[in-house]
Structure formats: C-alpha cells, structure tokens
Design a binder for this molecule. Structure first.
Ligand SMILES: Nc1ncnc2c1ncn2[C@@H]1O[C@H](COP(=O)(O)OP(=O)(O)OP(=O)(O)O)[C@@H](O)[C@H]1O
Length: 247
C-alpha cells in the first residue's frame, strides 16, 4: 500500500531520554475510518508515543507523516491546526462555562489577528454546536454549567470540544476510565460514529472496551512494538499473553 492511503504513517520512531529509549524503533500506520488502540504494560511508551505525535516531545530518530505534513519538525500549535486533536485522561473543560459555551469557545475562528476577527456566521456555529452536542449525548444539557456534569459527561464534552474543529486524527488517553458501564457502551457507540471521517488513536487498559472499539490493536512493551493486529490476533498472541494479558 502506498503512503498516500494512510492518515498517519509513523516510521522507525525513537526517543531517548538520557540514553533510555522510551519509544524504540516503532512503526505504525493509520487508515481513514480506523479506530486503533494502543495497549501495553505501565511504562511501555504509550503516552510518549502520543506526545511525539502531538509535538509535545521531539524524537531522536524517525518520521511521523500526517497527510503531506512531517510532524516531527512542526510546532505543537501547528500540529493542532493541521488537524490533530488530543484528549488527555482527566477532562479539561471550562467548569464555569455552560456546555454550549464550552463548545462555542472550541470552534476554530481562523488564525492570527485577521482570522480571529473574521467571525464565522452565527448560523454555521449554531449548527455545528447542535450537531456535536447530539453526537456526545448532551443536546439537552446545553445550558448546564460544565462543573455540574457527571464525570462521563465531562469526558464526552471534551471529545465534543475537539470535534468542533473536525480533526482528521483524534487521540484519546483512556477515555472510559472512571465511567459507568452504560457510559462506556455509549462511548464505544460514539467512537464508532466519529471514526467514519477521521482516524482515532486510543490508549486503553480496559480490554473489554478495546474489543468493543478497536479495528486494530498495537501492543507496546518496553518502548518496542511487540505485536499488531486485530483483537483476536492480539488475544491469541503468546508473547502478548506473557508480558501483558496473562497478568
Ligand atoms: N520526559 C521523560 N524523561 C525521562 N523518562 C521519561 C520521560 N517521559 C517518559 N519517560 C519514561 O519513559 C517510559 C515510558 O513512559 P510512558 O508514560 O510513555 O508509558 P505508558 O505506556 O504511557 O505507561 P502508563 O500505562 O503507566 O501510562 C517510562 O519508563 C517513563 O518513566
């Protein structure tokens, strides 16, 4: 397959911290419409890999191609503008603002002074807020203040805030940690819908949820890629059972 068909192509990516390789020669490819889950024991390099993609950390070697852009030489803010959204594990919404306002402030209004002045039409903004609020099960909660939402609703709102700018790659770090069973199921449905016109990369420890959402799974161990495949491949892989699933 040619590189052009991938949303993201990571090749031979390595980062060394004082000689310690937190990510060691990892290659990974994401297709459009794919939900790809990264699993692995604590310290395997999962968070560091996402830090490298979003530009928070710069690699020692290797490349990260996002469409036609090379991300390893790009500043963090530019990577966001190119269409990479990342959600950290703890929700970071604006607690004093309503759901509507949280979504509104996340709507991209262009770049620089002139871009910021060129307000999008109110109708376009309203439509996008309504569309996103429906996707994240908060259409009846638009007037509610952020800090009054449940933990799960806050997580959905943060996903919604990222969706306001319609990123081509969405990265989520343990999105269902602390959620009820019902909220987990709804989150799986949500990811199944929003992956249609983007790629979604998820770090996860919950194997049931991983099975529910993953088209493909990558297992990291001590910074290296241990295995990659469907959940069925991964669950029957002896190396994976030995270092991770068997524990
Ligand atoms: N900036 C840094 N300087 C030095 N070591 C680091 C740095 N960032 C990460 N590491 C080390 O790299 C290794 C991988 O860490 P990382 O957080 O990526 O693992 P992880 O797979 O996300 O683990 P967890 O499941 O516990 O979140 C760890 O040993 C960590 O201590």
């Amino acid at each position: 397959m040619s590189l052009k068909e991938y949303v993201l192509s990571i090749e031979n990516l390595t980062v060394s911290f004082d000689g310690f390789k937190a990510v060691d020669d990892v290659s990974l490819y994401l297709e459009l419409g794919e939900v790809h889950v990264i699993i692995g024991p604590n310290g395997a390099g999962k968070t560091t890999l996402l830090d490298l993609i979003c530009g928070k950390t710069k690699p020692t070697e290797g490349s990260i191609q996002f469409g036609k852009h090379e991300l390893t030489t790009m500043a963090e803010q530019h990577i966001v503008q190119k269409g990479v959204g990342r959600k950290f594990q703890t929700p970071s919404i604006y607690p004093a603002l309503s759901v509507y306002e949280n979504l509104e402030v996340s709507y991209p209004r262009g770049r620089g002074v002139w871009g910021a002045l060129a307000f999008q039409s109110d109708e376009k903004l309203e439509n996008r807020i309504e569309e996103v609020a429906k996707m994240i099960y908060l259409e009846d909660w638009l007037d509610v203040q952020g800090d009054l939402l449940s933990h799960g609703q806050k997580q959905w709102l943060e996903i919604g805030m990222l969706l306001m700018s319609d990123p081509l790659l969405l990265m989520l770090d343990e999105p269902v940690a602390g959620m009820s069973v019902d909220e987990r199921n709804k989150t799986a449905d949500l990811l199944g819908r929003i992956c249609k016109d983007r790629s979604v990369l998820v770090i996860e420890h919950d194997m049931k949820f991983t099975r529910d959402i993953a088209h493909r799974v990558t297992v990291l161990h001590q910074g290296k890629l241990l295995a990659e495949g469907t959940m069925d491949d991964i669950e029957s892989n002896e190396k994976v059972i030995e270092v991770y699933l068997g524990h």
